[in-house]
Design a protein around this ligand. Structure first.
Ligand code: GUN
Length: 300
């Protein structure tokens, strides 16, 4: 079997097109421009790239972007004060603090400090809980929502399928498993979550119709671990050394594309797969935040 490529570049472009139209219609109808504040603490090069990409995408789609860069030695109390200021600012609809934050800052405190109505990452327990309870009308976790959207727009329904999620992180693995098994038209899969303590991983992966790999280990999943015709979604973004590359490294996923693609029915590439979807769904959450603020009677 030769796999169909699910292009995150193409699907995110169509999602972004819809988002830009929504931003324009909100501006025309209410005179309000949706706005996202992105906070970066420190100088981690990968985080700088991600934050700049988010800010650039905002501008492209007609969303106002406020980028706040704080030095690595920023005290936790100073970061919390910035969040409090943004919480109180009605012209800011979404707030995101790029993860990871420096070690001296308690990330959980930061998550709890963000007003849940502005939590466009969907990290706050209130929003996570709401999603877990099956209410998909509020914020949804960006990467899992991106994966679900890729499946949906490729005509792949998870209903009745055996799905395996590799990884149990709060950002991807846990919410991914919840969304795939949700009792609604986007879910209805039977889901196993596999992790570092899983025994006989291959038992799960070889029996899976859909595999979502999100464990952060380069080229982890091999062709002999998947069944013929499986749908493979690769959430991994790993930088590995490559002397043939211009900058000495290249990006690979958690899936060994070369050995898995010949067996898969559908597969996502890295780069150009899940990555651009995450940003597209963040933009959609920002629109949802703005619309909800308007519904509450906000006029900015
Ligand atoms: N770091 C890596 N992924 C994410 C994300 O989705 N949101 C935030 N805030 N930080 C991240």
């Amino acid at each position: 079997m030769s796999a169909n490529l699910i292009s995150g570049n193409e699907i995110s472009a169509s999602v972004n097109h819809e988002t830009a139209a929504e931003a324009a219609s909100i501006a025309a109808e209410y005179g309000i421009q949706p706005a996202l504040a992105v906070i970066l603490v420190g100088e981690d090069p990968a985080s700088q790239v991600y934050v700049n990409r988010k800010a650039k995408k905002c501008v492209e789609l007609g969303i106002r972007s406020e980028k706040i860069v704080l030095p690595a030695d920023t005290q936790e109390s100073e970061l919390l004060a910035v969040i409090a200021r943004l919480n109180a600012d009605p012209s800011i609809h979404g707030i995101l603090v790029q993860s990871p934050v420096p070690k001296h800052i308690d990330e959980q405190k930061v998550v709890l400090a963000i007003d849940p109505t502005k939590d466009v990452d969907c990290f706050h327990p209130m929003n996570v809980g709401r999603m877990m309870l099956g209410d998909f009308s509020g914020f949804l976790p960006c990467t899992p929502w991106g994966v679900i959207t890729m499946l949906q727009r490729s005509g792949i329904s998870p209903a009745g399928k055996k799905a395996v999620v590799l990884g149990r992180s709060n950002i991807v693995g846990k919410p991914m498993a919840a969304m795939l098994s949700a009792n609604n038209e986007l879910g209805n899969a039977t889901v196993a979550t596999c992790h570092s303590r899983t025994k006989d991983l291959e038992f799960y992966t070889k029996n899976a119709d859909i595999i979502v790999a999100a464990i952060g280990i380069p080229n982890f999943l091999k062709g002999d671990q998947v069944s013929e015709g499986a749908v493979i979604i690769d959430v991994g973004i790993n930088r590995i050394a490559d002397s043939a590359a211009k900058n000495g490294c290249r990006l690979v996923g958690d899936v060994d594309f070369e050995s898995v693609a010949p067996k898969a029915s559908y597969i996502t590439p890295v780069p150009g797969g899940v990555g651009p979807m995450t940003i597209a769904m963040l933009m959609k959450n920002t629109i949802r935040a703005c619309k909800a603020a308007i519904a509450r009677g906000q006029t900015k």
